[in-house]
Write a protein that binds this ligand. Structure first.
Ligand SMILES: Nc1ncnc2c1ncn2[C@@H]1O[C@H](COP(=O)(O)OP(=O)(O)OP(=O)(O)O)[C@@H](O)[C@H]1O
Ligand SMILES: [Mg+2]
Length: 296
């Protein structure tokens, strides 16, 4: 008699199909930013994560040692492969490397009707290494930003996109207003690069300004904060939350991820994408033997 090899269907909190979140971004071999940060964040927030790679970086907490963009045709084919079979409830873009990749991604977004779409207009790594060729900015502004549900530039990116010098909150408000004129439905200018007791992000929806505020944490473990924030927004949008709710929850998520960041590497360490899971120590593991039981 044939053996019954059928297994029970997976039934999680969302039935047999979790929300699906897609990241279109570069690989960070160090695991703290890029698609690795995005997929960890999607997973811990209850989404099934898919990924379209745009570039591969040789990177760690000390910096980016090498980077190579993928062929635009391969980027577009990954988008078609994912969307034609699996689909996406929300998507984000991160590192896009060069103008040809930006154009391929914009073509894919239009052709495949990908939305809601979060665009994190990544231009530089924390250490200053370029992650987008300067000549790609025109394609980013003309082709991609008009397709966005939300864009999340940091202050240097907002300055590059608007030509403004941004120091004060008022200048951040002026920047979000101008960036909104480029076509995205929502704009968030992140305040991570400012100083002061709070990390304030300024939001504009075309009508109203909003602020996302959290205590500024004094830490050098901030590698990938931008990826963590934009992927959390994407995950919450994939769950169907309204944009402002998704932004507020993502702010809480990234703040907690910075607060509980682990000690990994000798430079700017990663955030703790997995904080909702708590700490798992396997009884009898080498870590347990070295450090003593959890809580000791
Ligand atoms: N030290 C900090 N304490 C609290 N929140 C922070 C801190 N640094 C950044 N944030 C928050 O993290 C989020 C990401 O902002 P940030 O300006 O760091 O992005 P980014 O520069 O794009 O990051 P990345 O270098 O990873 O691309 C924002 O919500 C910001 O306010
Ligand atoms: Mg960033």
């Amino acid at each position: 008699m044939a053996k019954d090899v059928s297994v029970p269907a997976f039934v999680g909190p969302f039935g047999d199909r979790p929300p699906i979140a897609l990241t279109i971004a570069g690989s960070d071999s160090g695991g703290g930013a890029g698609i690795q940060a995005d997929l960890k964040t999607f997973t811990v927030l209850g989404c099934f994560g898919t990924s379209v790679l745009t570039a591969i970086t040789a990177q760690n907490t000390l910096g980016v040692q090498a980077a190579e963009a993928l062929e635009p045709s391969l980027v577009l084919q990954q988008m078609r492969s994912v969307m034609s079979d699996i689909g996406a409830d929300a998507a984000k873009t991160g590192m896009l490397a060069n103008a040809a990749v930006v154009e391929a991604v914009a073509q894919g977004v239009r052709e495949l009707g990908i939305r809601p779409l979060v665009i994190d207009p990544v231009m530089m790594a924390k250490g200053g290494e370029p992650l987008l060729a300067p000549e790609a900015r025109t394609a980013l502004v003309e082709e991609l930003l008009p397709l966005a549900t939300v864009i999340t530039p940091n202050i240097p990116e907002a300055e590059a996109l608007t030509g403004l010098r941004i120091g004060s909150l008022d200048e951040m408000r002026e920047a979000v207003r101008r960036l909104h004129g480029l076509g995205p439905a929502w704009v968030v200018v992140k305040g991570g690069h400012r100083t002061g007791p709070e990390a304030v992000d300024v939001v504009f929806d075309g009508t109203r300004f909003h602020e996302l505020r959290a205590p500024r944490i004094d830490s050098d473990r901030t590698h990938g904060t931008g990826c963590t924030f934009s992927s959390a927004i994407t995950a919450y949008l994939a769950h169907g939350l309204p944009v402002l709710d998704a932004l507020r929850r993502a702010k809480t998520f990234v703040t907690r991820a910075i607060e509980t960041a682990p000690r990994i590497g000798g430079g700017h360490g990663p955030t703790n994408h997995l904080w909702p899971m708590g700490t798992t120590r396997l009884p009898g593991s080498a870590v347990e033997a070295k450090r003593g039981p959890a809580g000791a």
